[in-house]
Design a protein around this ligand. Structure first.
Ligand code: C2E
Ligand code: CA
Ligand code: CA
Length: 426
């Protein structure tokens, strides 16, 4: 097999190597270029594992990929967190996508290095020779563009498509506008009620959700602009704004309603910068909100991607009295070991399970299992995305602690939610 172990030489010469391989492709032949980006990258792993173990982890990852390759396929290291695969004689697009899917699926389970579980996540992009270009630089650029298009979606591999060029331009427009709005704090917050699913069914919390009123067309959903904010580094400033503004806006409501908690969403990069606990502590002091009234929502994926850095942060937050909720629970990694090793207070069942529970009996079983798991571990459990009375009834029958969703209350300005503080709402 001609596949290569990670090799620093490849990092500078992989384009030359690929151009040579393309030149050797017989006329009528085809090649797929797959760029596979992994996180955490080697530098981040080095910070916590040490250089030697981080290199070993990358080699273990490379070996796993190699185990999938055919003798004529090639694995190249293209950077700190990127491999490039050159697949000879691909039959068609489906063939190339199957290869990309196998690579990302390989890392659903963790890699073991020095008895430590390392969770690696892959995102891949595919470009085809000669369809998408003649030169290695163009093909790699298009495969990278395809890979970038996975951000903010559930996709973990994509093939280049001409429409990506237009989307890349659109993304650039969103990025420029977002920079401007971040400088000017041109955002707003809405709040969605969280309802205690006991006999009184009163509001017990509010999740604060970010809105961008002056967003360019198609950039207005947080699902679109938050990934852009994360990739451009603007998210740290936005998170500071969200933490401060939500505490300022909610301070008097929280003071007059001691049963309410404020939930704030936190993106993975904000765990990385190491100042999250300080930001939250400073805001609580300035706005007079007790820290035990704050819940930070972190996704499972965020916790796993930032596993090296978030442990200390989570302990700092726990020491401050802040609660941590695992958002979108059930959609991320299959490993559950972090649930017992990290200071976590709550699981929030992803809305996709709740939405589809009636049409697919498996979702019902997943919801039931998550509620049991949470309770067995002494954690609270929240169900989001409750849209129907039937879904609410089902969750009540399971003794789920808290519910959230359009059926119980849509995200709205604070004034609109105060009416929900009256008893016997649902
Ligand atoms: P999320 O944290 O899972 O938030 C829940 C999303 O589901 C919100 O979308 C909410 O409006 C929507 N939702 C609530 N109830 C229902 C329902 O019954 N059915 C359906 N179909 N949807 C429901 P939104 O506001 O568009 O936010 C999308 C995502 O953007 C959030 O997902 C969160 O990941 C992110 N986000 C929002 N605000 C912030 C923020 O301030 N900071 C960060 N880092 N991320 C945020
Ligand atoms: Ca959330
Ligand atoms: Ca969620």
């Amino acid at each position: 097999m001609a596949a290569r172990q990670p090799d620093p030489i490849c990092q500078t010469h992989y384009l030359d190597w690929l151009d040579g391989a393309l030149a050797r492709t017989p006329s009528g032949g085809a090649m797929a270029i797959i760029t596979a980006v992994f996180s955490p990258g080697e530098r981040l792993m080095s910070a916590s594992l040490g250089c030697h173990d981080a290199q070993q982890a990358v080699c273990a990852v490379a070996s796993r990929i190699e185990s999938l390759l055919r003798p004529d396929d090639h694995l190249l290291r293209a950077g700190e967190n990127e491999f490039i695969l050159a697949l000879d004689n691909v039959l068609n697009l489906e063939h190339a996508l199957l290869a990309a899917s196998r690579i990302v699926d390989l890392f659903d389970r963790s890699v073991q290095i020095q008895n430590k579980d390392i969770h690696i996540r892959f995102s891949a992009g595919v470009a085809l020779y000669p369809q998408h270009g003649q030169r290695a630089s163009e093909l790699v650029q298009k495969a990278r563009l395809a890979e970038l298009m996975n951000a903010g979606t559930d996709e973990r591999f994509s093939c280049f498509n001409e429409s990506f060029m237009a989307r890349a331009t659109q993304r650039h427009v969103i990025e420029q506008a977002l920079k401007q709005s971040t400088e000017e704090n041109d955002f707003a917050l809405v709040y969605q009620p969280q309802i205690a699913l006991n006999t009184e069914r009163r509001m017990c919390g509010l999740e604060c959700l970010l809105r961008w009123p002056s967003a360019p067309t198609e950039g207005g959903s947080p699902d679109v602009f938050i990934p852009v904010a994360e990739e451009t580094g603007l998210i740290d400033q936005i998170t500071r704004w969200v933490v401060n503004t939500s505490m300022r806006e909610c301070s008097s409501l929280l003071a007059s309603h001691p049963e309410l908690a404020l939930a704030i969403n936190i993106s993975p990069p904000s765990l990385r910068d190491g100042h999250l606990a300080d930001v939250v502590e400073d805001a609580s002091r300035i706005w007079g909100v007790a820290l035990d009234r704050i819940t930070l929502e972190l996704t499972e994926t965020a916790i796993m991607e930032e596993q090296f850095r978030c442990r200390d942060q989570l302990h700092d937050l726990r020491d401050l009295g802040v609660s941590v909720s695992i958002d979108d629970f059930g959609t991320g990694y299959s490993s559950l070991s972090y649930l017992t090793s990290l200071p976590i207070n709550e699981l929030k069942i992803d809305k996709s399970f709740i939405r589809d529970y009636a049409s697919d009996a498996r979702n019902e079983r997943v919801i039931r299992s998550i509620v049991d798991l949470a309770h067995n571990l002494g954690l609270a459990v929240v169900a989001e995305g409750i849209e129907t009375e039937a879904a609410l009834g089902f969750l009540l029958s399971l003794n789920c602690d808290v519910g959230q969703g359009y059926f119980l209350g849509r995200p709205a300005g604070l004034e609109a939610l105060e009416v929900l503080l009256e008893p016997s709402l649902v």
